[in-house]
Write a protein of this length. Structure first.
Length: 153
């Protein structure tokens, strides 16, 4: 099976030497995204703060696909660096610059340097539903039990 083609275009002023998103291992689901800072410097992120980090490119996904932006587990565990809207969704008809909203949920300031791997991009198929209004819903064992209704753990 041949890989799905995703077209990428560099933003003006982007550091092209950082390369395109890439999978670091043959079994990786997510391709790493790097901070492509316009001034090639760094951004210090205070605890509780968030910032939009540019990746330096735009993409075009095929119809029927989305891209999800997800946190990197090592950054989350070691430093509390996460994405507050995870997973972020990029729709197939979006053509603007790709930025990543990064948040410091840790206790110490964290520095994002130009070229750092900041997130992962996962391309996935999309199913659009046909929503239909009804007067009743089918019964299930869970019923209308809400958060935590199925027990602990």
């Amino acid at each position: 099976m041949s890989p799905l083609r995703v077209s990428i275009m560099w933003d003006e002023g982007a550091d092209r030497t950082l390369g395109l998103p890439r999978y670091e291992t043959s079994g990786a689901a997510g391709a790493d995204l790097r901070a492509n800072l316009v001034d090639r410097r760094s951004v210090e992120l205070a605890p509780g703060a968030r910032v939009l980090v540019p990746t330096g490119f735009r993409l075009a996904l095929p119809d029927g696909y989305e891209a999800q932006i997800r946190p990197r587990s090592g950054l989350a565990l070691k430093h509390g660096i996460t994405l507050p809207n995870a997973p972020g969704t990029i729709d197939c008809d979006y053509r603007g610059p790709l930025g990543v909203i990064v948040m410091n949920a840790g206790r110490e300031p964290y520095t994002i340097r130009h070229g750092d791997r900041i997130a992962q991009l996962v391309v996935a198929p999309v199913v659009q539903a046909a929503f239909a209004l009804t007067e009743t819903l089918d019964e299930t064992p869970r019923g209308d039990g809400g958060f935590g209704s199925t027990g602990r753990g």
